[in-house]
Ligand binder design. Structure first.
Ligand code: PPS
Length: 298
C-alpha cells in the first residue's frame, strides 16, 4: 500500500521516551516490539540513522539470497526484504508485522534503537547483530538532508539549528554519542555482535565483506564476492530502484535523494570553521573511550 506524501499530516514532534528522544512513529508499537519473538538465526542490523543501514542491509541480502533467490533482486524493494522493526506508519504495515511474516531464513531485521531498547528475545536467542557506525560529522549532514526529505521526520530547521540539536541529542533515536558508545560497550560482553564502520566500507568494501563473511560463517566464491562488492557500490545502488528508496512513499525526492552523496568528508561542505571548532570541543567531552575512534576523512 502506498501513501501520498502530500497527504501525510504529519511531521512528528520529538519527545522524551525512556530517556531517549523519539517520535511516535517509532514508539507507538512499543509493547508489540518488546514482545517480538526473535529466532536464533535472525540477524539484526543496528545503526544510528544514516550510518549505512541500507548499504549493509543490501550486502547481507545479497550474501544470503543473491544466488539462492535471484528473483528478489528484480521484484522486492529492500524495505520489504529487510524489516524495519520499530517503524509504525499506518496504513503501511508495521515493521514488527513485516518481520513476523518474513519468509526467509535467516530473517534480516533492521533497527535504529539504542542498544537498551532492543527486545530481549534477540539477546536470549543469541542472535547475530551487525552494528554500523559512521563518523558524527558526516552522519549529522546525512541526517539533516534526510529530515528535509522524509515527511514523517521532525522538521530539521536550518543547518545551524540542526547542528545544535544534533549535539544535544535531540534527534529521533537520541544522541549519536550515546548510541555508538552504547553499542560499542555491548560488544565487550556480547560476542555475537560485529561492529563495523562506514568509513572502512568506503575504503575497502571487499575487505569489509570478507570480515562480515567471517563473522557470519559464510564462504561465497571469490567471483560471488566480487559481484556483490560491485553491485553495492554507491553508483550502482543509486541506479537500482529496488534499493534506492525511490518507491518509498514517505520521502520527497524533489527535496533530496535517499542515495545522496555516499562520501566521507561531505561535512566540510556544511560545517563552518566556527562550527567545526565548537563541535570538536564538545566531541572531546562526550567521547572519552579511547578504544572507539572515528575517521572524518580517509
Ligand atoms: S537510514 O534511513 O537510516 O536507513 O539511512 P542509511 O541507509 O543508514 O544511510 C544513508 C546514507 O548511506 C549512504 N549510502 C552509501 N554510501 C556509500 N556507498 C553506498 N553503497 C551507500 N548506500 C547508502 C547514503 O547515500 C546516505 O548517506 P549520504 O551522506 O546522505 O549520501
Amino acid at each position: 500500500m502506498s501513501v501520498n506524501p502530500d497527504k501525510m499530516d504529519s511531521r512528528a514532534e520529538l519527545f522524551d521516551f525512556h530517556g531517549v528522544s523519539m517520535t511516535h512513529y517509532f514508539t507507538d508499537n512499543w509493547e508489540n516490539i518488546q514482545n517480538f519473538q526473535a529466532r536464533p538465526d535472525d540477524i539484526l542490523i543496528a545503526t544510528y540513522p544514516k550510518a549505512g543501514t541500507t548499504w549493509v542491509s543490501y550486502i547481507l541480502d545479497l550474501l544470503y539470497f543473491g544466488q539462492k533467490s535471484p528473483e528478489r533482486e528484480t521484484s522486492i524493494p529492500i524495505y520489504e526484504r529487510v524489516a524495519f522493526l520499530e517503524i509504525c506508519v499506518p496504513p503501511l504495515e508495521s515493521g514488527k508485522d513485516l518481520a513476523d511474516k518474513l519468509p526467509t531464513s535467516p530473517r534480516l531485521i533492521k533497527t535504529h534503537f539504542p542498544v537498551q531498547f532492543v527486545p530481549k528475545s534477540f539477546w536470549e536467542q543469541k542472535c547475530r547483530m551487525v552494528y554500523v557506525a559512521r563518523n558524527a560529522k558526516d552522519n549529522m549532514v546525512s541526517y539533516f538532508h534526510f529530515n528535509r526529505m522524509t515527511m514523517i521526520q521532525p522538521e530539521p530547521g536550518d543547518w545551524s539549528n540542526f547542528f545544535q540539536k544534533f549535539m544535544e541529542g535531540k534527534m529521533v533515536c537520541g544522541s549519536w554519542y550515546d548510541h555508538v558508545n552504547g553499542w560499542w560497550k555491548k560488544k565487550q560482553t556480547y560476542p555475537n555482535l560485529h561492529y563495523m564502520f562506514y568509513e572502512d566500507l568506503i575504503e575497502d568494501t571487499g575487505r569489509e565483506i570478507d570480515k562480515l563473511c567471517c563473522f557470519l560463517g559464510l564462504s561465497p566464491s571469490t567471483e560471488e564476492k566480487n559481484r556483490i562488492a560491485c553491485g553495492v557500490q554507491f553508483d550502482n545502488m543509486k541506479k537500482n530502484n529496488l534499493v534506492n528508496y525511490s518507491t518509498f512513499a514517505i520521502m520527497d525526492f524533489k527535496i533530496s535523494p535517499f542515495m545522496r552523496k555516499g562520501k566521507v568528508g561531505d561535512w566540510k561542505n556544511h560545517f563552518t570553521v566556527a562550527q567545526n571548532e565548537e563541535f570538536d570541543e564538545d566531541y572531546k567531552k562526550k567521547m572519552k573511550d579511547p578504544t572507539l575512534q572515528f575517521r572524518t576523512e580517509i
